[in-house]
Design a protein. Structure first.
Length: 134
């Protein structure tokens, strides 16, 4: 396509190589604290996270910019009027994002605001990781 637009073949290869280098790399660590690490631009990482949440069929209820948290409703949207009934608290979860030197760190929070270390948190973050790497 770039060659068609008048860019030399060697320059078009360089442009494509630069684009692949800028691609986000998403990793999952579940040793002590389950965490998803996304290198690169913080805003792009948040966008990719929100897309993964949407792909899972979950909805974002609230974004708290001050605390860098995202509250998510994981309840399936069935019934006559989707989202009409109050959701069960077990179906909600909260993610916290933190910008680091390497990129963005994403963890799942407990109801009291502490970082979750449970197997359920690892499974939830694994689902998000899989959707983010598609």
């Amino acid at each position: 396509m770039l060659v068609y637009l008048g860019v030399a073949k060697t320059r078009s290869r360089d442009i494509q190589d630069e684009a692949t280098k800028k691609e986000l790399v998403v990793t999952l660590e579940t040793s002590d604290i389950p965490v998803v690490l996304v290198n690169g631009d913080h805003k792009l990482a948040i966008t990719r996270l929100e897309l993964a949440i949407d792909r899972l069929g979950h909805t974002i209820k609230n974004r708290d910019e001050a605390n860098k948290t995202i509250e998510v409703n994981a309840e399936s949207q069935g019934g006559f009027i989707p989202g009409f009934a109050e959701s069960d608290s077990d179906e909600n979860y909260q993610l916290q994002t933190k910008q680091t030197k390497q990129g963005t760190r994403i963890v799942l929070l407990e109801k009291n605001g502490d970082v979750s270390r449970t197997q359920a948190a690892a499974e939830r973050l694994t689902q998000l990781y899989e959707e983010m790497t598609k």
